[in-house]
Design a protein around this ligand. Structure first.
Ligand SMILES: NC(=O)c1ccc[n+]([C@@H]2O[C@H](COP(=O)([O-])OP(=O)(O)OC[C@H]3O[C@@H](n4cnc5c(N)ncnc54)[C@H](O)[C@@H]3O)[C@@H](O)[C@H]2O)c1
Length: 332
């Protein structure tokens, strides 16, 4: 049995990963999470102490990080400021957590010679034209658009440098947009689902033509475990499940699955610099490491996600009013 240290394990994708590890391995998980507005201890409820230990703390706290690294066998780094809209409003926390935080962890990985996996996003590659025949691959040049994606790109480059300069045993994965349980209501899919549950019309940025490549968070987790197990040190792997959909189609599908007319939503002011299209080519992960997603039917995954938000109002309700007040102040 190994002790996995998971940063950001009380956030959306991190908590899905912790549940996945507990369900599919014998490993123990130690979660390090600062419980920012995006972290929620309730996302880890039901996990017993002998499988999961929670430590509240900041990844920029070098002393605490050092102590936790001394007890771990491997580290998976999810902690980040992750919301594009927030990064346009106040970029500073993105620099602190995504850049300085990752630097702090890399220095500890170097001191303790620990296996390190860095979680990143396809947003580091910028965006594609709607009719571009190419998708992102591991060779696509970095071209981030927002303070969020540029700080994630910076953190990826730090990892690459610490591998090359100091021999840190790290891998990187860049994943497409995730959906599933435990996602904060500020994000696109949960925001629309919880609006409908509250009897409020969903909000669509601009014309809704922006394309995202959706993957279920549980498939992201299985891909990360695969990379941790079989990935080659120093390599980057793109994670995606061929789930391209434009935002308009997603909103209309949510409405249909929730028994509402497909056109009962409002258009709101678009996000500044809104990336047009992301699309992942995950051939390397599939062919070299033999990983395959299990949620290949987006509609079925979305239906299950809607049901989760129906069943877990006590999880999302406390954040809902504050999020909508923030969007309203931006005309969105
Ligand atoms: N959401 C997506 O669709 C997506 C897609 C690809 C990659 N990613 C990446 O996956 C990771 C997790 O994303 P998410 O959507 O789960 O984010 P999230 O915002 O839901 O969760 C982030 C977690 O990190 C914690 N955290 C933030 N700053 C911290 C700090 N300084 N110290 C310790 N903990 C801190 C928060 O409390 C929270 O629990 C991020 O690195 C993100 O870039 C996300």
């Amino acid at each position: 049995m190994a002790n996995l240290l998971v940063t950001g394990g009380a956030g959306f994708i991190g908590s899905n990963f912790v549940h996945h590890v507990v369900d599919h391995t014998d490993d123990h998980v130690t979660v390090l999470d600062a419980l920012t507005y995006a972290g929620n201890l309730d996302s880890l409820r039901g996990l017993s102490e002998d499988r999961m230990t929670f430590v509240k703390g900041d990844i920029t706290d070098a002393g605490l990080v050092d102590e936790l690294f001394s007890q771990a066998d491997a580290v998976v780094h999810y902690a980040a400021e992750s919301h594009n809209d927030n990064s346009l409003h106040d970029p500073r926390p993105f620099l602190d957590t995504n850049i300085v935080g990752t630097y702090t962890l890399l220095e500890a990985a170097r001191r303790h010679d620990l296996r390190f996996h860095h979680i990143s996003t396809d947003e580091v590659y910028g965006d594609l034209e709607l009719d571009d025949p190419e998708r992102f691959t591991e060779q696509t040049p970095y071209n981030p658009s927002s303070p969020y994606s540029s700080t994630k790109a910076g953190s990826d480059l730090l990892v690459r440098a610490w591998v090359r300069s100091f021999g840190v045993r790290a891998t990187i994965s860049n994943c497409s947009n995730n959906y599933g349980p435990y996602q904060h209501v500020e994000k696109f899919i949960p925001r629309q689902i919880t609006n409908v549950l509250r009897g409020v019309r969903p909000k669509l940025y601009g014309g809704g033509q922006n394309v995202r490549d959706w993957i279920h968070a549980d498939d992201h987790s299985s891909a990360v475990l695969t990379i941790l197990d079989k990935g080659e040190i120093g390599e980057t792997y793109l994670i995606g499940a061929d789930g391209e959909k434009n935002n308009k189609d997603v909103v209309e599908l949510i409405l249909e699955l929730m028994g509402e007319p497909r056109d009962s939503y409002d258009h709101v002011t678009d996000r500044a610099g809104h990336d047009l299209r992301y699309a992942i080519d995950s051939t390397k992960l599939r062919t070299e490491l033999d990983w395959h997603p299990s949620y290949e039917d987006f509609e079925a995954g979305l239906k299950a996600t809607i049901q989760w938000y129906r069943d877990n109002e006590s999880w999302w309700a406390p954040a809902k009013d504050g999020v909508e007040a923030f969007y309203a102040s931006k005309g969105q």
